[in-house]
Design a binder for this molecule. Structure first.
Ligand code: SAM
Ligand code: SF4
Length: 345
């Protein structure tokens, strides 16, 4: 294969609504050291270690997907920094840039970031999204069962390492909605892009209710009591609607009140090889076996039989991707029980 043909994707995966798939989220573990109330069940049943895909298999799958149009990969979890070898994996992914990969990022709770920030930068990670839902120590503990300080230290270390940082904050009515203004002031002062996320029905113990959602409108109303908020138009494929406060972007991911699904270009793989065409998909596709059979295609010109079979299976599943969150929840078929820690946000 010469370098010119390598840059042309074999095919670009598309769904029935014409949305091309460009982003892949890989959950490398379902384990987490936090117990966020909106995510982790009280009694998690962890995936068995021997069922997790090896980094070699994950790499081969990433290569397979980059050759089919994926240009951004996000590493998530569970807590991705809890899986040993993740830094090396990011280093390996650099090889995919010559095949068309443009961006490698990670979503983390930042607890271990002080330890890893420098190595992650050296490994070639482009960006980090950090989850932080409260700047109040006692409330942070109530939300996560962990201390706030290591997270703040991790954020500082990431900043020192030269990372572009985005902060994700999930808001829950009656719990941390009072954090809208403190978090915004803090992010503005630090120069971080802040994104508020509406609470989604993906909590492990299924306690979600619409009444607990702090909506995009609630957030805007609150922000406007203190700041001048400017609306930015042109959301593109981003899940967040963007606003400007004092020249800095603030995003709101309003899946529940004002869903972002219209231009969704994302696909997801969990740590044991289950593939999802949507965060809310009723059914995943178990690709564990096929992914383990994949070989790196670097040395071959023809598409091997295994890769061809996987492409067909994936293509047909991706094609069936539903229109979005509201279309899926309107269906009468039972929803799959899944919490965010199993699939990655
Ligand atoms: N452990 C890492 C972290 O917390 O950043 C990565 C995995 S976590 C599942 C990814 C993202 O999902 C986080 O930003 C988290 O806030 C978000 N999340 C988890 N459960 C959620 C829910 N029920 N509704 C909305 N966002 C949720
Ligand atoms: Fe862990 Fe992230 Fe879920 Fe919190 S949101 S419990 S940090 S996986």
């Amino acid at each position: 294969m010469n370098s010119m043909t390598q840059l042309q994707p074999v095919t670009i995966f598309k769904d029935q609504f014409g949305r091309e798939k460009r982003k892949l989220r890989i959950s490398v573990t379902d384990r987490c050291n936090f117990k966020c109330v909106y995510c982790m069940p009280e009694h998690p049943e962890w995936m068995k270690k021997h069922n997790l895909l090896s980094f070699e298999s994950l790499y081969n799958f990433c290569e397979f997907m980059v050759l089919r149009g994926i240009d951004q990969i996000r590493i998530t979890g569970g807590e991705p920094l809890m899986r040993q070898g993740v830094v090396h994996f990011i280093q390996q992914l650099q090889q995919l840039r010559k095949l068309g990969l443009k961006r490698i990022s990670m979503t983390t709770n930042a607890h271990y970031l002080k330890q890893y920030a420098h190595a992650l930068k050296q490994a070639g990670l482009d960006g980090i999204n950090i989850s932080l839902d409260s700047l109040d120590e006692a409330q942070f503990f109530q939300l996560t069962q962990k201390q706030l300080q290591p997270v703040l230290d991790g954020i500082e270390a990431a900043q020192q390492a030269g990372f572009e940082i985005k902060i994700n904050s999930v808001l829950i009515k009656g719990l941390n909605e009072q954090q809208i203004i403190p978090l915004t002031k803090w992010a503005l002062q630090k120069g971080f892009e802040l994104r508020f996320i509406e609470f989604m029905p993906l909590d492990g113990d299924q306690n979600w209710s619409k009444a607990a959602v702090v909506t995009e409108q609630n957030i805007l109303d609150k922000l406007k009591t203190v700041f001048e908020v400017q609306t930015l138009h042109g959301q593109g494929a981003s899940p967040a609607r963007s606003y400007l406060i004092n020249g800095l972007p603030i995003g709101i991911i309003s899946t529940i009140s004002n869903s972002f699904c219209g231009s969704c270009d994302r696909l997801r793989l969990n740590a044991q090889g289950e593939f999802f065409n949507c965060l809310f998909a009723r059914k995943g596709l178990n690709l564990s076996h096929e992914i383990q059979q994949l070989k790196s295609s670097k040395t071959t010109e023809l598409m091997p039989h295994d890769a061809m079979a996987l492409q067909q299976k994936l293509g047909s599943y991706i094609w069936q991707k539903e229109q979005g969150f509201h279309a899926i929840t309107a269906q009468s078929s039972p929803s799959r029980k899944i919490s965010m820690h199993m699939i990655g946000g």
